[in-house]
Ligand binder design. Structure first.
Ligand SMILES: Nc1ncnc2c1ncn2[C@@H]1O[C@H](COP(=O)(O)OP(=O)(O)O)[C@@H](O)[C@H]1O
Ligand SMILES: CC(=O)OP(=O)(O)O
Ligand SMILES: [Mg+2]
Length: 394
């Protein structure tokens, strides 16, 4: 048993777990929500038991971490390391690293590349180092899995000095999730991962799709920042690149306002004017809310378009994989997206589709190409790397 603390710090939540790096079993999982908001709280689960712990109003990462530390102490476990999910490694970090002052300094230089995520990750690292000063802390990067992308996939058609001097290129995110589900898919298919061509769709609050050829990531929809590609909860995904300039000239928006709008006010929330939450939108659409229905339709349309284009990239496919909160649970989204690919010979089996929800994996295809629903486990990928790196550093 190798217990690892795993932290995934976002701007408005900290997800945490104590996990056995050998089995992937978590003895404690939870989320500290709405940090910096008046109704901050921690929801956590030990075994089958779910609890809610209120946090002081406008609690920051430090306060949340202190409460998480108390929960962890109650568990009587002896964690060996803390694994931190860091969304963006830039060109500096191509694999997981032991965190020291130099690493933290280098992370500061990546803030503009993941404005919603990396500042929060560093805040989380510093608070966790205070809470667990004797443990090794390891950063595990979302971008690492995409190191195998070829130049023709990661370069934008921009003046090349922008890449050479400023690292402006596609990086790709949710790498730990795409890594996990692609390896699980290979296991289900009974083939070595090196022989698998896959399209994996991670659909959570952030959404991305990856093209995997012979087990290696060869393209993905998120770009220089986690804003490009699919429609997300509050993020716009692909738009005409002229729009920020137009917004600035036409409406006098400055760059901060534009970034806020594209990252936090767009996507499902922006189109529906109602919510970023897929469940809420499905319910509203069912009750006749046309904007909610349109938001979901655009979400599915964009995803189906990407799947079609990635079929060109992967070569003969072994499977399509759905994961993330939406991918694992929304049978409606899956059926609608695959329905848009019906003329290509793909169809879901409605019964299998309904069965593969709420943590249950399953092949939902009614046609030849397997379409797998696979619950992701980014925390396990992070725990394993944290254990390995901390062992090497001893
Ligand atoms: N039963 C469900 N049906 C439809 N969508 C769901 C369901 N359960 C969760 N979701 C959606 O999953 C999304 C959150 O995904 P998740 O992977 O937990 O997010 P995060 O990116 O924060 O980790 C939300 O849009 C939520 O509505
Ligand atoms: C990179 C990213 O979009 O992450 P999340 O889905 O956790 O916001
Ligand atoms: Mg997630």
């Amino acid at each position: 048993m190798h217990q690892i603390i795993v932290l995934n710090c976002g701007s408005s939540s900290i997800k945490f777990a104590i996990m056995d790096a050998d089995s992937g079993e978590a003895s404690l999982t939870g989320v500290a929500e709405n940090l910096g908001n008046s109704d901050a709280r921690i929801k956590y689960k030990t075994g089958q038991q779910s609890e809610v712990m209120p946090l002081p109003e406008y609690a920051e990462h430090k306060l949340a971490l202190a409460s998480i530390q108390a929960l962890i102490s109650e568990q009587n476990s002896a964690p060996l390391a803390v694994g931190h999910r860091v969304v963006h490694g830039g060109e500096t970090f191509t694999q997981s690293v032991l965190i020291d002052d130099e690493v933290k300094h280098a992370l500061k230089a990546t803030f503009h590349m993941a404005p919603l995520h990396n500042p929060a990750a560093l805040q989380g690292i510093e608070s966790a180092q205070e809470a667990f000063p004797d443990l090794p802390h390891v950063a595990v990067f979302d971008t690492a899995f995409f190191q195998t992308m070829p130049k023709h996939a990661y370069l934008y058609a921009l003046p090349k000095a922008l890449y050479e001097e400023h690292g402006i290129r596609r990086y790709g995110f949710h790498g730990s999730s795409h890594y996990f589900v692609s390896h699980e898919a290979a296991r289900y298919l009974g083939k070595p991962i090196e022989q698998c061509n896959l399209i994996t769709a991670h659909l959570g609050n952030g959404c991305s799709i990856a093209a995997i050829r012979q087990g290696q990531a060869v393209d993905t929809s998120l770009g220089f920042t986690p804003l490009e590609g699919l429609v997300m909860g509050t993020r716009c995904g692909d738009i005409c690149p002229s729009l920020p300039g137009v917004l600035s000239e036409l409406l006098g928006y400055n760059t901060k306002r534009i970034s806020e709008m594209l990252n936090r006010e767009s996507g499902l929330l922006g189109i529906s004017g109602l919510s970023n939450d897929c469940r809420t939108l499905e319910e509203a659409a069912e009750s006749g809310n046309e904007d909610a229905a349109l938001a979901l339709h655009i979400f599915c349309y964009r995803l189906a378009k990407y799947i079609g284009s990635y079929m060109v990239v992967t070569g003969p496919l072994d499977a399509i994989v759905f994961t993330g909160g939406i991918g694992e649970n929304s049978s409606w989204i899956r059926e609608t997206v695959i329905g848009m690919l019906e003329h290509l010979g793909h169809k879901v089996d409605p019964e299998k589709n309904l069965a593969a929800r709420f943590g249950k994996a399953g092949n939902i295809a009614a046609t030849a190409l397997p379409i797998w629903v696979i619950p992701t486990n980014e925390e396990w990928v992070i725990a394993r790397d944290a254990l390995n790196i901390s062992k090497q550093s001893n």
